[in-house]
Design a protein around this ligand. Structure first.
Ligand SMILES: [Zn+2]
Length: 121
């Protein structure tokens, strides 16, 4: 995977994080949301990422959002760290490269499909 690929996934992860944080802030009171915006948390989100989204991606993301936003936030943070370490697209169980197709759907995936299936059996 090239460094351009890595930075594309990084941008997508940052956007996802901003969106999740945005959703959380709707449940919080207005002053909390203002504080977060002042800290620049939301302003780190690239604005051109909307072009990269596909319907499938949006759909899957919405489904997962309903499961657990905070778990996804942890996964996103871990994925961003993995990008920095250069292990982003490596399955953390078996060590094979996670296919790009999978990362396009779940940019914060830490396991290949086979290992993920085993994990959730
Ligand atoms: Zn694996």
């Amino acid at each position: 995977m090239s460094s351009e690929d890595f930075s594309a996934y990084k941008e997508r992860l940052l956007l996802l994080r901003a969106r999740i944080l945005g959703d959380f802030s709707q449940m919080e009171d207005l002053s909390l949301r203002k504080n977060r915006a002042d800290q620049g948390e939301l302003s780190t989100a690239p604005s051109h990422m909307a072009d990269c989204g596909s319907d499938n991606f949006e759909q899957e993301f919405t489904l997962q959002m309903m499961e657990s936003s905070s778990e996804i936030l942890e996964d996103i943070t871990a994925a961003l760290e993995r990008i920095e370490e250069g292990t982003y697209n490596t399955c953390e169980i078996c060590g094979i490269k996670i296919p790009k197709k999978r990362l396009q759907v779940i940019p914060y995936a830490t396991m290949c499909v086979k290992c993920a299936e085993k994990e959730y059996e």
